[in-house]
Design a binder for this molecule. Sequence first.
Ligand code: SF4
Length: 96
Amino acid sequence: MPLLTEQSLADCINNSFWFDIVNKRVSEFFALNEDCRSCKYLKNCSGGCRAYALVNDPDNYMGKSPMLCELLLGEWPDKIIELVKGVRPDAKILYL
Ligand code: SF4
């Protein structure tokens, strides 16, 4: 991790593993994850959380997020909306 007490700001920005992660583009992620490119939840998910990807594979922060796959591909948002509507039929639920 860059330390401003030991490195210049320019060096921290230009030679930082963390900034490399921040600067990754979603397109780079999709290039590496074929499943995601054809997923119907692509616009909702964009591959999920990088932290969860690391939990799944500590050597690959560019992997997809298995937890989000489980949630979305398991149709859980629709199931939760159905449950809420069963209790509160007038509930206004915003879901992208
Ligand atoms: S739900 Fe899974 S397969 Fe679909 S875009 Fe998200 S990470 Fe990729």
